[in-house]
Design a protein around this ligand. Structure first.
Ligand SMILES: [Zn+2]
Length: 243
């Protein structure tokens, strides 16, 4: 079985000028979500995925997982109402040092600062059935830092988020999708059960729970691209091509 796992970052108002490829306009996002709803997809939580992977508890036939990296405020203000409208839930991967702050890892100038969700907003997402995972401590390039720092990024963010949100953090999204064998091992040792990247050697979502491939949704994607990206054949193709 394969399950499309979508990766979004920012959802922005249609008139907002964004120069990056990760800011999806609200009308595009709405079209994509309505398409999924019309195609009878249902979103599943990471717990449901875990129960399926480790306890073989059945999932709905047409399920999908929606994830957001970097925990921007616009997830709550813009994306969530659209998802609520069709009864969809999602997962947010949080850079633990950015709670209530902004995307400091981009070194943005004043205009490019994007506010991140604060503690109470994250708690409200949990309360409404959304999942929260770790996206490291500082959004570091894990391939470019020392082993000590890698451990801090992986373990420290789990600890911080669990302390702050009083919930178990069992999933990790690799910053920039970067990993290697050592990083993967640390993620397992830290107690995470699920790891999310963009590229993975695993053929399907069941192949390697610590290296789940996600479909990166970009601003440059046309509606046809979106439909193609969630199709069975595209997932199979990416699994075989390992990209
Ligand atoms: Zn990120």
């Amino acid at each position: 079985m394969n399950i499309p796992v979508l990766l979004y970052h920012k959802i922005v108002n249609d008139n907002e000028k964004a120069d990056d490829n990760f800011s999806i306009s609200v009308s595009t996002f709405k079209n994509q979500i309505e398409y999924l709803k019309n195609k009878n997809y249902v979103t599943i939580s990471l717990n449901e995925l875990l129960n399926f992977l480790f306890s073989k508890i059945k999932l709905p036939k047409k399920c999908i997982i929606i994830t957001f990296d970097d925990s921007y405020k616009n997830i709550l203000t813009i994306a969530k109402p659209i998802l609520d409208n069709v009864g969809f839930k999602a997962t947010v991967f949080v850079v633990s040092k950015s709670i209530g702050l902004y995307n400091f890892w981009d070194n943005p100038d004043e205009q490019r600062k994007v506010p991140c969700l604060d503690k109470n907003e994250l708690l409200s997402l949990i309360k409404s059935g959304w999942d929260i995972g770790s996206h490291s401590l500082t959004h570091a390039h894990l391939l470019k830092i020392t082993e000590d720092k890698i451990i801090k990024e992986i373990y420290g963010s789990k600890f911080d988020l669990e302390q702050t949100l009083k919930t178990d953090i069992v999933s990790f999204a690799y910053p920039f999708g970067e990993y290697n064998n050592k990083i993967r091992e640390f993620v397992i040792k830290a107690g995470y059960k699920l790891g999310f990247s963009i590229i993975s050697p695993a053929l399907t979502v069941t192949g390697d729970p610590i290296l789940i491939r996600r479909i990166l949704i970009k601003k440059s994607d046309s509606f046809e691209d979106f439909k193609r990206k969630i199709s069975f054949w595209y997932l199979l193709y990416r699994g075989v091509m390992k990209k």
